[in-house]
Design a protein around this ligand. Structure first.
Ligand code: BGC
Length: 449
């Protein structure tokens, strides 16, 4: 009799446990951590880990004339205008890097400054970038240069930009010119920033230039970005095999809003494939979205990871950014952009790119938060994830916070504030936020150990 009771009790317990697991899974199919039980101060980084911040030319330099300024005009968006006036204030801004204790700075070169008209080159502008590099090196900060961060000259946009494979030679020429001038001092290069964001925002959602909405064009641009990256990689490596060339890849995760929905799950898998999987396959096999791009195979010396969030997918996915309304789990906090803070996904993103088998540089991670109420926790959680991943054997070499200071957030204008420094755009005054102080002290503790 007692055996019978015991077996019933054990089976009851197992059934209860199973039901609990299923119930929890129904709520959150993707991993979530109990952050309250985690000691976020328990972090450690290797001695040679690089601490950085990231920016992009169009978002900070000011007074540009490129595909983006044309788009701002055409779509009546907030104008980038003077931005952070960084073109004139860069020396002061670099002092902020030093004050934070940074050892790497990721920034981009503005093609439209160097080649405002097709074939006519502005060497003075190139010289300014060269001075920036010297200045960074004299501060003990590694320059990490991106060749294309969403912006390019108007004449190139008019020729079709990345939508026409015949235009890739122009991108290659520009890249070679910059490389010839700077590669004696710059060892780490990103060819292109976030190919998938560029193609979907510009050609599916129409929110970025050229403001088109065509799946066919989006796929074409995705393939040409891969070709462009690979061409630049091959040429630059043939010139200086010892430099390290990578790409900055935004890994956004797509999770089904409802685990058991017959729609949400396939939608999430499809979007994940288009956004992440197809790109990774391109680099690993030289085949991407029904095209053979053999030169893309193994065209990375490192992979730059930009991580921000996960998207919860369902039947009503937006077809334009006006419709973008981000779902979040009940226990998640929404960032000012609307999407949730989901640091757990950072680990998943790292695991996703690990099979590429090259070192990882975190080229962007940050949060829109004008009041700086979320950023300290955001920073701590994401650094903890990196620290754990390194302990588990992932080869992560650097972290670049997005961003050094508030700047022009593309279609959102100046409404989204991502800076470790707050910028008053009337006076151009920069003020270190509390999260900036926190970052500085984390760097100090980590490097003094
Ligand atoms: C881009 C940055 C942008 C940031 C925050 C990334 O997708 O590379 O230019 O400002 O996200 O939205």
């Amino acid at each position: 009799m007692w055996e019978y009771l015991l077996i019933s009790a054990i089976s009851g317990l197992i059934a209860f446990k199973l039901a609990l697991i299923l119930y929890r899974r129904r709520k959150y199919p993707e991993p979530h951590y109990e952050w309250g039980n985690i000691d976020l101060d328990e972090i450690s980084f290797p001695d040679n880990f690089l601490w950085g911040a990231a920016t992009a030319a169009h978002q900070i330099e000011g007074n540009l004339s490129n595909n983006w300024t044309a788009h701002e005009e055409k779509k009546n968006l907030e104008k980038s205008g003077e931005a952070c006036n960084h073109w004139n204030l860069w020396k002061d801004d670099f002092q902020m890097l030093t004050d934070l204790g940074l050892t790497s700075y990721r920034f981009s070169i503005e093609w439209s400054r160097l080649e405002p008209e097709e074939g006519s080159w502005n060497n003075d502008a190139l010289d300014v970038y060269s001075q920036m590099i010297d200045d960074l090196i004299s501060r003990g900060i590694r320059p990490t240069v991106t060749l294309h961060h969403f912006s390019h000259p108007v004449w190139w946009e008019e020729k079709g930009g990345f939508a026409d494979e015949n235009n890739l030679n122009d991108f290659l020429n520009y890249s070679e010119r910059v490389f010839d001038a700077l590669s004696d001092r710059v060892d780490v290069w990103c060819t292109i920033n976030e190919p998938t964001v560029f193609s979907t925002m510009g050609y599916t959602l129409g929110q970025f230039p050229p403001g088109k909405r065509s799946i066919r064009l989006t796929l074409k641009v995705m393939r040409n970005l891969m070709r462009g990256h690979a061409m630049v990689y091959r040429l630059l490596k043939s010139k200086r095999p010892d430099v390290r060339i990578g790409i900055a890849k935004n890994v956004t995760l797509f999770d089904p809003l409802n685990r058991w929905s017959p729609i949400d799950w396939p939608v999430s898998r499809l979007l994940d494939w288009l956004w992440n999987g197809a790109w990774r396959k391109g680099i690993m096999t030289g085949k991407m979205l029904f095209a053979k791009i053999p030169e893309a195979k193994d065209s990375l010396d490192f992979v730059g990871l930009n991580y921000y969030t996960h998207f919860l997918t369902g039947l009503f996915m937006p077809t334009s950014t006006e419709e973008l309304e981000f779902a979040k789990r009940s226990h998640e906090v929404a960032t000012e952009f609307g999407y949730p803070m989901y640091a757990e996904g950072f680990r998943r993103a790292i695991e996703f790119i690990a099979p590429l088998n090259v070192p990882i540089e975190i080229t962007e991670n940050g949060v829109a938060d004008a009041q700086d109420s979320l950023r300290p926790e955001h920073l701590k959680r994401h650094l903890w994830i990196i620290s754990e991943a390194i302990k588990d054997g992932y080869d992560i070499r650097s972290y670049h916070h997005w961003s050094l200071m508030d700047n022009f957030e593309w279609a959102e204008g100046y409404s989204m504030r991502f800076g470790l420094h707050e910028v008053d755009f009337n006076t151009q005054e920069r003020t270190l936020r509390q999260s900036g102080e926190l970052y500085r002290s984390i760097i100090r503790n980590s490097t003094s150990k």
